[in-house]
Design a protein around this ligand. Structure first.
Ligand SMILES: Cc1cc2nc3c(=O)[nH]c(=O)nc-3n(C[C@H](O)[C@H](O)[C@H](O)COP(=O)(O)O)c2cc1C
Length: 325
């Protein structure tokens, strides 16, 4: 897949996820076969007052590239201003505009998926963004606002006309939030209408899920979001399955301990022990879900881990318990 002159390898794009897709997460996931990663969503107004926290969202590294920076906003003046700032302050390859966030705090200002309700204004907005940006622009949308106003064909076509170099579609409506089944059937025929790359998102939890989504929609790539959290090898499995038709076996618990350790080290290095441990308590249990003893590990991670030392001791314990003498 080629997005505005940037070559993206493989079949998998790492989805933007607020609170998760930090530089540490992206660097950790990359070697599993991620072709392109996106940042967490960043408010264009937040950029204007660049504080340390907002600045952290803009961080990237050599390993992280190609990297897409995602902004959200409700007015072209603000977003265009933010683009001027990030082009000076950040290293990134693609600018992405969030047109899919369903969270009330975001949509009530007119940002995120609220744009799907006003396509004509959206065209002007994206035109201004594309004109201001020296990097290729992508956009992330949903099927529509709700079941009665599905307009993904109209919006995707309009985005292409406004100059975006690629579009990602989360195959749920805004009203659905993150629950219920994504409806990839609603995207059948869309790829044929577009000449830019199409990326599809929604419940990609296995290589078979990815294959079904791609076969149905003819998409250029899938976006892995919740399915990859705690299961990084999914990305390798998807690429391998789409390339060869062969299903790779899933990693055993010892491999999962290694992955959990790698990720924890990166997050601690990025955020410091206190913040990282707090976040790891929520994410690390996912590395062990489905394995025997999951409940015990989850409980220990949430209750007995006070810091870096106890975390790595716990992981070592899981490793020892599962190693054959
Ligand atoms: C915790 C969380 C945070 C998310 N944050 C963002 C975000 O910042 N920007 C965005 O475009 N989508 C965001 N999404 C949506 C995902 O990128 C993805 O499209 C969605 O989760 C559907 O995929 P899934 O069903 O495989 O998780 C988020 C999803 C989750 C679960």
């Amino acid at each position: 897949m080629n997005i505005g002159g940037i070559e993206i390898k493989g079949h998998v794009v790492l989805a933007p996820m607020a609170g998760i897709t930090t530089l540490a997460y992206r660097e950790f996931m990359k070697p599993f076969g991620v072709g392109l990663s996106y940042s967490e969503m960043v408010s264009d107004c937040g950029i204007d007052y660049l504080n340390e926290k907002t600045y952290a969202y803009l961080e990237s590294s050599e390993e992280d590239r190609p990297f897409g920076l995602q902004l959200f906003g409700f007015a072209k003046e603000n977003t265009v201003k933010a683009i001027g700032i990030v082009e000076n302050k950040a290293e990134y390859d693609i600018l992405d505009i969030n047109l899919g966030c369903p969270v009330n705090k975001v949509t009530r200002t007119g940002s995120g998926s609220a744009w799907l309700k006003r396509p004509q204004e959206l065209y002007d907005y994206i035109r201004a963004v594309v004109t201001a940006s020296h990097k290729p622009v992508t956009a992330k949308i949903r099927l529509g606002w709700d079941e009665d106003s599905i307009n993904v064909f109209e919006v995707a076509t309009l985005l292409e006309k406004a100059g975006v170099a690629g579009v990602a579609v989360h195959a749920r409506t805004s009203k659905q939030g993150y629950t219920g089944a994504p409806d990839f059937e609603k995207l059948v025929g869309l790829k044929e209408q577009l000449s830019i790359p199409l990326i599809v998102s929604g419940n990609i939890f296995s290589a078979e899920d990815a294959k079904k989504a791609v076969e149905l929609t003819k998409a250029d790539a899938v976006m892995v979001a919740r399915g990859g959290v705690g299961n990084p090898y999914l990305i390798t499995q998807i690429n391998h399955y789409l390339d060869t038709g062969e299903l790779l076996p899933s990693p055993d618990v010892l491999a999962q301990v290694d992955y959990a350790e790698q990720y924890a080290k990166k997050l601690i290095a990025l955020k410091g022990e206190v913040i990282a441990i707090r976040e790891l308590r929520g994410i690390l249990p996912k590395f062990f879900s489905g394995f025997p003893g999951y409940k015990k590990v989850r409980l220990a991670l949430t209750q007995n881990v006070a810091g870096e030392k106890s975390l790595f001791r716990l992981l070592e314990g899981v490793r020892e318990q599962n190693s054959t003498p």
